[in-house]
Design a protein around this ligand. Structure first.
Ligand code: MN
Length: 232
């Protein structure tokens, strides 16, 4: 048996609705620019016929559960919310077809892809990696997972800050559908149970400040909340 110099960190995990067992988290994948109006607000419109899906990842240690209060992170003056549908993978898949992809779905959660927008955009302009902008401590927020093997193709997704609606869209507006995402992502990764895919955010992203409370929801999935505290 392996002994350790210090206690290894616990496996990040997410509660599952109606079950005692948690969903143990492996990797966190994020789809970039998957709603047209958000792509336009970011200054990079998407022509699906001429472009490919792209992704970034965050460390699983950035995971935080809905209901948390997190400090405003260091190194930014433009910390932004992105409300997203999160897909929880329950079966392995590599180079799958879109039809096979549907069999990999364990369920769904609401997610927030919190972002240091100023650092992300600086990195983008300079052709540098996005890690400082995206791989932020406590920035991958998820609600409980709802088991559901269906392919979600519609449903309202909404986010409010301090009770004021900021984002409202429908899952039918995803540029790349869930089967298209899994068929593409599995060309590059041997996807495994425990992997999560944040499927992209619609338009209306914006900044938060200490004291703000973010509340989001997706029809048929659930709701999510996050409170921003003073930096520490
Ligand atoms: Mn995002």
């Amino acid at each position: 048996m392996t002994t350790y110099l210090f206690p290894p960190a616990a496996t990040p995990s997410i509660p599952v609705r109606g079950m005692a067992a948690h969903f143990p988290v492996q990797r966190l994948f994020f789809v970039g620019r998957n709603y047209h109006a958000h792509a336009i607000e970011m200054g990079r419109p998407v022509d699906k016929a001429a472009s490919k899906l792209f992704y970034f990842t965050k460390a699983p240690q950035t995971l935080v559960l809905s209901g948390a209060t997190v400090p405003y992170p260091p190194g930014t003056s433009n910390y932004q919310f992105e409300m997203e549908l999160v897909l929880a993978i329950g079966a392995p898949g590599f180079r799958v077809t879109e039809a096979q992809a549907a069999e990999m779905i364990y369920g769904y959660a609401c997610g927030l892809d919190m972002t240091r927008r100023d650092l992300q955009l600086t990195a983008r302009e300079q052709g540098r990696p996005w890690d400082l902008g995206k791989d932020v401590e406590q920035s991958s927020v998820v609600s409980e997972i709802v088991p559901n093997p269906a392919v979600l193709r519609s449903g309202t997704l909404a986010l409010a800050v301090n009770g004021q609606t900021k984002q409202k869209a429908d899952l039918s507006q995803l540029i790349w559908s869930i089967p298209e995402i899994l068929a593409d992502l599995s060309q590059f990764y041997h996807l495994q149970p425990g992997d999560l895919v944040f499927t992209g955010t619609p338009e209306g992203v914006g900044a938060v400040l200490p004291g703000d409370r973010i509340e989001g929801s997706i029809d048929g999935v659930g709701s999510i909340a996050l409170t921003i505290a003073e930096p520490r």
